[in-house]
Design a protein around this ligand. Structure first.
Ligand code: GAL
Length: 965
């Protein structure tokens, strides 16, 4: 009979003490692959006797290992952010507890020595048998468990059986904001342990500013064997373990210079190989320093999530995304909120990232009941806290990339966290401890916060933060460096406000940067009945309790396709700052790297439509600036651009890859938009007014045709389909509803128009309308004055608020409904991607072209406003070929949105696939003013300078049907 499975246990049983991961020449057998599998709705209903070799599993199916079973056709994923999806009844979990049984036969051909069986990740609790013998149990979903199977393993065929339950007491410790995805989702490996082999290796690889590389290796061997240490590349052999060695010729490791030295630890029977980076982390002068130098964190939070595979992210995908991070100037990763696949640590060492390695811990759901029964302060749970931090530190301690241990995330505070901090310090005194939830910084070494306002960060930088009540704690925290473990919530259109954070990081030593929340969206790919793919989010699998699309908030989508915010982040954190003097006589280059000079970069310059070339610049030391003269040609053109690119191939990008850029000047002026001298007069005939190429409806004042092009509009709009950020209650405006809610209450989405007058006298067609919502008296007066020189129309618009507007506006837009799909969109202005008042730092001036308005749109998982292009002086939309023309709009720097969908359609859609494709329709909104974006989906809202308060807004546009398409 199968042994009872005690789900109330808070730590695993039967495993060996945690040890480091390292490459070895001992025999390894991967047990990944297809396993026999059956899922039962509860532990009670799971079959008995599965561990027995005689058990008949012929009726079972198979499942790949590693995998998350809900994305393999067994049950379904479920998403909650904070709330537990089961009653809080500590330490119990519901009887409805999906239970997966796994069986696999394998052949072991070693006959000597023992073996270890390793599970790198079992979510949530496992019970493991080998050849009918219970080896023990696993806890800590994202932590490894190793069993010594020397006695149970036999040469020849073996049977491995694992029972996994979705819920266990430890689920109370694993309440991270992500899908609940049970399974054996990381590798399963059998490793031979030859007698006299290497059991564990602890690397102490410091970079001493005076002595250079200092190495001490502690090796634990089996059977008292003697270990030898060698560094073949440096010709060093027979270094004694347990002693310090100064390693001449080794280079220091930093995220900018990830120099690794291969160290070989061997006994007579086993050789372990480690790639060691020499570096020392210290906290001095309220700064985190590496090798004595302050570092700047340009980070992201990285979860492990895959749209088809759930939490079983292949290492090839991890590698590709880490290359992508490097390409986008990201230099740091917080492994939110658990230790990643062990291969990620190797990649971080190799490619160069600062890692905050976080333990697998979050008890956030207790916050919803006032932290009652929170395990963090309950001695009964202490072992689990100590177990988790130990396993995190012991697995990853040999990795140079790890600069901070993080105790976990959002678990309140309490004695168990303090004890975990103390244990981390004693296990590894070389690295400081991070935990954001220790608000008073009683047991951590760095002050970490999430989502504070930009002005708060600035105050921290000035060392002028609001002090803690306790003077001793205040003094302690005041001496700490500051980082943002989460900021700039990258959900939907946005994030807005990055530049203001960057200003503090760049100005003060103490504020060392942070980690955008988050790198990748966790959407799960689903298909409509007719086969169209989309990313599903919370609620899409029928979960009774869920947090909707809050699981989709990344700089890249679930397929790792960059969102516009990633390019903005790259620009904002660029490690080299280029500043063109106002007179364009010189360029100042500021090196914002911490360790490398600028010799790896080449500078190029170009003048739009004209000359260009290389810009020789001497290598500039980290932290230094240099000013170099620019040639007179730089001043000659209207628009001047300088770029810093990789001079040579890097391991993560080819030569020529752009790192930083700057521009000066403007695009060539568009044709004057105002009324010309040779104006023609409007002519009224029945219901139609004609003015030059324009045909107007004499009742509505709408332009209905421009030459041969059909149009309809404009109507004034003050609304947009709320973004995720518009919908959020801003943390700096907690007393107010969200912007979206205020707009709704103000009726911005249901404005009605009354034509006050249409006056076609003299050379001007003046259309005056009043536009406001039903049921109240706030409105805007819109005056459009149309003139024409016979070939083009000029429209001078004045929008004036009347009455007491209860909210800011989303935009002041002149909206046209075009009964055709634009065939090619070209503009002079900022591009290639979107720009709002507080986003779009990556947008640069130029001429851009896309094939259709559809290509201006970003497929955020929840459709919403996006795609505005700003500072446009000329826009061309290819009209239907029957017209033989293009609609051209010019002006002195307007924004436009060209979309296949109305704002109401975007607002109503819940998924990308809800929006109809292929219609003969384009919404063209010409914005004379726009509201910023902010990050109120989690964090501060739109900062004051970017808020669109009701005010008089004016603009002048020139509209023309250009002869050629
Ligand atoms: C933080 C949390 C993250 C995530 C984020 C919002 O509070 O640590 O895990 O939930 O908010 O997306």
């Amino acid at each position: 009979m199968t042994e009872p499975f005690d789900l109330t246990a808070i730590v695993g049983t039967g495993g060996i003490a945690p040890r480091a991961r390292f490459a070895t020449d001992a025999t390894l057998l991967s047990l990944n692959g297809d396993w026999s599998f059956a899922l039962s709705p509860s532990l009670a209903e799971a079959p008995d006797g599965i561990e027995s070799p005689d058990f008949d599993d012929s009726g079972w199916g198979t499942i790949p290992v590693p995998s998350s079973w809900p994305v393999q056709g067994h049950g379904s994923p479920a998403y909650t952010n904070v709330v537990f999806p089961f009653p809080i009844d500590v330490p119990f979990v519901p009887d409805e507890n999906p239970t997966g049984d796994f069986r696999r036969r394998f052949t072991w051909s070693e006959s000597d020595g023992g073996a270890l069986l390793r599970f790198d990740g079992v979510d949530a609790a496992g019970q493991v048998w080998l050849n009918g013998t219970l080896l023990g149990t696993t806890r800590g979903s994202r932590l490894p468990t190793e069993f010594d199977v020397s006695d149970a393993l036999r040469p020849g065929e073996n049977l491995l059986v694992v029972r996994v339950t979705q819920w266990a007491a430890t689920s109370y410790l694993e309440d991270q904001d992500m899908w609940w995805l049970p399974g054996i989702f990381r590798d399963v490996t059998l490793q031979a342990t030859p007698a006299g082999g290497v059991h564990d290796v602890a690397v102490h690889a410091d970079w001493d500013v005076d002595r250079g590389a200092v190495l001490r290796i502690d090796a634990a061997t089996r059977d008292g064997a003697q270990a030898q240490i060698a560094i073949p590349a440096l010709g060093l052999a027979a270094l004694a373990p347990g002693e310090e060695h100064v390693i001449a010729g080794a280079a220091p490791w930093t995220a900018e210079t990830p120099a690794l030295t291969e160290v070989v630890v061997s006994t007579a029977t086993e050789t372990a190989t480690l790639r060691v980076g020499f570096r020392t982390v210290t906290i001095e002068d309220a700064q985190i320093k590496v090798n004595g130098t302050r570092i700047r964190l340009r980070g992201v939070n990285r979860h492990e999530s895959h749209p088809d595979l759930g939490r079983a992210v292949p290492l090839t995908v991890a590698r590709a995304e880490m290359l992508q991070m490097k390409q986008y100037n990201v230099n740091a990763i917080r492994t939110s909120h658990y230790p990643p696949h062990p291969g990620v640590l190797d990649l971080a060492d190799e490619l160069g990232f600062w890692l905050v390695d976080e333990s697998d811990l979050e008890t956030h759901g207790f916050e919803l009941i006032g932290w009652r029964d929170n395990p963090s302060d309950d001695p009964a749970w202490r072992d689990a806290y100590l177990d988790r931090i130990t396993r995190t530190v012991q697995r990853d301690r040999n990795h140079a990339s790890v600069i901070l241990w993080s105790l976990g995330n959002e678990s309140g505070t309490g004695g168990n966290l303090a004890a975990a901090a103390a244990l981390s310090h004693s296990l590894d005194p070389s690295r400081p401890v991070h935990y954001e939830g220790d608000y008073d910084c009683e047991y951590v070494d760095v002050w970490s916060q999430m989502y504070p306002t930009q002005s708060h960060v600035d105050a921290v930088g000035r060392r002028a933060e609001q002090p803690l009540a306790d003077a001793a704690l205040q003094a302690r925290r005041h001496a700490m460096p500051h980082l943002l473990c989460e900021y700039a919530h990258a959900m939907g259109t946005g994030p807005g406000g990055l530049s203001e954070y960057e200003a503090s990081f760049d100005t003060y030593d103490r504020t060392q940067g942070g980690f955008v929340w988050e790198w990748v969206e966790h959407g799960i790919r689903q298909r409509t009945a007719d086969g169209r793919a989309y990313f599903a989010y919370g609620g899409d699998f029928g979960e009774p309790l869920h947090d909707g699309n809050f699981v989709a908030d990344g700089l890249v989508d679930a397929d790792r396709v960059p969102r516009p915010g990633l390019a903005d982040y790259k620009k904002v954190v660029e490690p080299v700052k280029l500043t063109i003097a106002d007179d364009r006589a010189s360029l100042t280059i500021r090196n914002r790297y911490d360790f490398v000079d600028t010799a790896h970069l080449a500078l190029t310059w170009s003048v739009q439509g004209g000359a260009g070339g290389d810009l020789p610049v001497p290598a500039i030391a980290p932290g230094d600036s240099a000013t170099v003269p620019l040639s007179s040609e730089a001043a000659a053109g209207a628009l001047f651009t300088v770029r810093a690119v990789l001079a040579q191939d890097a391991p993560w990008a080819p030569a020529g890859h752009e790192i930083a850029w700057a521009q000066a000047g403007s695009l060539p002026a568009a044709p004057a938009a105002g009324p010309g001298s040779d104006s023609v007069a409007p002519e009224t005939a029945g219901d139609v007014i004609t003015l030059g190429p324009g045909v107007f409806d004499a009742n509505t004042g709408h332009l209905t045709a421009l030459g041969a092009i059909e149009v309809d509009g404009p109507v004034v709009t003050l609304w947009r389909a709320p973004t995720d950020n518009d919908r959020g209650v801003a943390q700096d405006r907690l007393d107010l509803p969200s912007d979206a809610e205020l707009w709704r209450r103000g009726g911005l989405h249901r404005l009605r128009t009354r034509v006050a007058s249409i006056d076609a006298t003299g050379d001007v067609l003046r259309v005056t309308t009043h536009v406001g919502p039903a049921g109240t008296d706030h409105r805007v007066q819109v005056v459009l004055e149309w003139t024409s020189d016979g070939t083009a129309l000029s429209c001078s618009a004045t929008v004036t608020p009347h009455g007491d507007w209860p909210s800011d506006w989303a935009r002041v837009g002149l909206e046209f409904a075009l009964p055709w799909a634009a065939d090619g969109v070209e503009w002079d202005g900022l591009g290639p991607d979107q720009h709002y008042p507080d986003t779009g730092q990556a947008a640069r001036l130029g001429t851009f072209r896309v094939d259709s308005a559809r290509d201006l749109h970003t497929d955020y998982v929840l459709p919403q406003e996006n795609g505005s292009r700003a500072q446009v002086t000329r826009l061309r939309l290819g009209a239907p070929s029957s017209s033989g023309a293009a609609l051209q709009v010019s002006g002195e720097g307007f924004s436009f949105t060209g979309s296949p969908w109305t704002s109401a359609e975007l607002d109503a859609a819940l998924h990308t696939v809800d929006l109809p494709e292929g219609r003969a329709f384009t919404r063209l909104t010409i914005d004379l003013a726009e509201h910023g974006i902010g990050t109120a989906s989690c964090g501060p809202g739109v900062l004051d300078p970017y808020r669109l308060t009701p005010r008089t807004v004016t603009g002048v546009l020139r509209l023309q049907a250009s002869a050629s398409r």
